[in-house]
Design a binder for this molecule. Structure first.
Ligand SMILES: Cc1ncc(COP(=O)(O)O)c(C=O)c1O
Length: 445
C-alpha cells in the first residue's frame, strides 16, 4: 500500500532529540512510524500508507480527523484572539463552552473547571474533593480511593489513585492515604461477555471493607473510570457502579467518574453516567471534548460542591488552582465546533446505532487461534490473547504490527489489543477492521 511518490522524505532528520512519551524510544527510532496527515477515518504515514484509524488517535478523535468546521473555527480564532489570561480575566468562549458542557452532562453536574488534559483533570478533581470536605468542616476526610488497573493520567494525584504498577514504580510512595479497590476483570467468570458482564457487582463491596478499616470520616472520594479503558476495556459488571454509588452515599464519600475516554459518545451516549444511569458527584473530561484537535480538559461538579466553595468572602479566590491555559481560546473554538458537529451529525447516535454491529463483528473472531477473551461496549473493544510462549513477541504487539501492515491502526498492549475508532465509523469500516484482525489472528498458532 506504500505510495512511492511520498517515499521517506517526510521522516525527520533527527529522531534523537525528542524523548517520546510512553514509548520504547530505542525500538521506535530503529523503525519509526510517523503519521503525516489525516482525514476522516484515515491516517497517512511518512511512507505513504493509508491507515484506517481503529483507535481514534488515542481514544480522542471522536468526530474523525481534520473536520472542516473544526479547522475553520480554530483558524478563525487564532486570527482573532490568540490568548486571554485565565486568572481574573477571560474570553466569552470559555463561558460558552462551560454552558454547553453543563447542558450535555446529566443531573446537576453543571459547574465546569477547565484544564488542559486528562491528567490535570484527575488531579483537579481530587483537589476539589479534598477542598469540599475541608470547607464543610470535615477536613479529616483526606483518604482517596482508586482502583487496581485504573488509569487517571500521569500526574502525582492521578498516579496515586491509579493502579498500573509500571507507571507508579519509578516515582516512590506517591500520595499517602490512598487505597485501591480490586479491578473488575475476571475471565474465568465473564469471558466473552457482550457489554456489561453479569458477574462482579460484589467487587464494589470492597469499599465497605476499606471503610471498616479506616472509618468513613477519613475518606474523601472514590475515583473510577466507569469503563476501565487503558486496563484493557473493562465494562463495569452489571450493578457494580450502582453499588459503588450506594456505598458512597451511605458514608458521605464523593464519587468521581473519570470520563476522559467514555465522555463524548464513546459508549453511545454523551457520557457513561448517562449510559449506566449512575450519577457521580464529579466528572473528569478531556480527549473528545475537542475531538483531540487542541488540548483541553474539564472537571464538572454538582451544584452543591460548587456552592460549598462559594461560601467564603466574595473577594477571596474560592479555589486557588488553575492553569495558564485553562479555557484557552483555541481550545474553546475547537470545543464549540466539535459540539456542533456531534449534534448536527448525530455522532453519538451513530455510535449507539452501530454498537450492536460492532459487537457482532468483534465476537465473530471468538474462535480464532489463541483468543481468550473479547470485551466490548459502545464503539470500544478489546481482545486478550494467550500469553507469549518462550521468546515469542506478545500477541497484542504482534497484532498491532501486522494490522499496521494491512492498513489498519489498532493499539497493542502486551497480550491485549484495544480498539476505539472514531465514532463516525460505518459498517464497511467495521468490516475492514474485523477482516484485518481475522487475517492477522489466523496466523497465530
Ligand atoms: C481515563 C483516563 N484518565 C486520564 C487520562 C489522562 O489523560 P491525558 O493523557 O490527557 O493526561 C487518560 C488517558 O488515556 C485516561 O484514559
Amino acid at each position: 500500500m506504500a505510495d512511492a511518490s511520498l517515499s521517506t522524505t517526510s521522516l525527520p532528520n533527527d529522531l534523537e532529540s525528542y524523548w517520546m512519551p510512553m514509548t520504547p524510544n530505542r525500538q521506535f527510532k530503529a523503525d519509526p512510524r510517523i503519521l503525516v496527515s489525516a482525514k476522516d477515518m484515515h491516517y497517512t504515514t511518512h511512507d505513504g500508507r493509508r491507515l484506517l484509524d481503529g483507535t481514534a488517535g488515542m481514544w480522542c478523535v471522536n468526530a474523525g480527523h481534520c473536520r472542516e468546521p473544526i479547522i475553520q473555527a480554530i483558524s478563525a480564532r487564532a486570527g482573532e484572539l490568540d490568548y486571554a489570561p485565565a486568572f481574573n480575566m477571560s474570553a466569552p468562549f470559555a463561558f460558552e463552552v462551560a454552558s454547553r458542557i453543563a447542558a450535555l452532562t446529566p443531573a446537576d453536574l453543571d459547574r465546569v473547571f477547565f484544564t488542559n488534559s486528562g491528567s490535570e483533570s484527575a488531579d483537579t478533581a481530587l483537589k476539589i474533593a479534598l477542598g469540599y470536605h475541608r470547607l464543610r468542616g470535615e477536613g479529616s476526610r483526606q483518604r482517596l480511593i482508586g482502583r487496581q488497573q485504573g488509569y487517571h493520567g500521569v500526574n502525582f494525584g492521578g498516579l496515586s489513585v491509579g493502579g498500573i504498577a509500571a507507571n507508579r514504580k519509578m516515582v516512590g510512595p506517591l500520595l499517602p492515604g490512598v487505597d485501591h479497590l480490586p479491578h473488575t476483570l475476571n475471565i474465568e467468570k465473564n469471558a466473552f461477555s457482550r457489554g456489561q458482564p453479569q458477574w462482579g457487582a460484589e467487587l464494589a463491596d470492597e469499599l465497605e471493607r476499606i471503610v471498616a478499616i479506616n472509618d468513613a470520616s477519613t475518606i474523601a472520594a472514590v475515583i473510577v473510570e466507569p469503563m476501565s479503558g487503558s486496563a484493557g476495556v473493562l465494562p463495569p459488571p452489571k450493578g457494580y457502579l450502582e453499588r459503588l454509588r450506594e456505598i458512597c452515599d451511605k458514608y458521605g464519600i464523593l464519587l468521581i467518574f473519570d470520563e476522559v475516554i467514555t465522555g463524548f459518545g464513546r459508549l453511545g451516549a454523551a457520557f457513561a453516567a448517562e449510559k449506566f444511569g449512575v450519577i457521580p458527584d464529579i466528572m473528569t473530561l478531556a480527549k473528545g471534548i475537542t475531538s483531540g484537535t487542541v488540548p483541553m480538559g474539564a472537571v464538572v461538579v454538582r451544584e452543591g460542591i460548587y456552592q460549598t466553595f462559594m461560601s467564603g468572602p466574595e473577594d477571596a479566590i474560592e479555589f486557588c488552582h488553575g492553569y495558564t491555559y485553562s479555557g484557552h481560546p483555541l481550545a474553546c473554538a475547537a470545543a464549540i465546533a466539535t459540539f456542533d458537529l456531534y449534534r448536527d451529525e448525530g455522532v453519538f447516535e451513530n455510535a449507539a446505532e452501530l454498537a450492536p454491529y460492532w459487537e457482532e463483528a468483534l465476537h465473530s473472531l471468538k474462535d480464532l487461534p489463541r483468543v481468550v477473551d473479547i470485551r466490548n461496549i459502545g464503539i470500544v473493544g478489546a481482545m486478550d490473547f494467550e500469553p507469549a510462549r518462550n521468546g515469542e513477541e506478545p500477541l497484542g504487539t504482534r497484532a498491532f504490527l501486522e494490522a499496521y501492515e494491512r492498513g489498519v491502526l489498532i493499539r497493542g498492549k502486551g497480550d491485549t489489543i484495544l480498539l476505539s475508532p472514531p465514532l463516525i465509523i460505518d459498517k464497511s469500516q467495521i468490516d475492514e477492521i474485523a477482516g484485518a484482525l481475522e487475517d492477522v489472528i489466523k496466523g497465530f498458532d
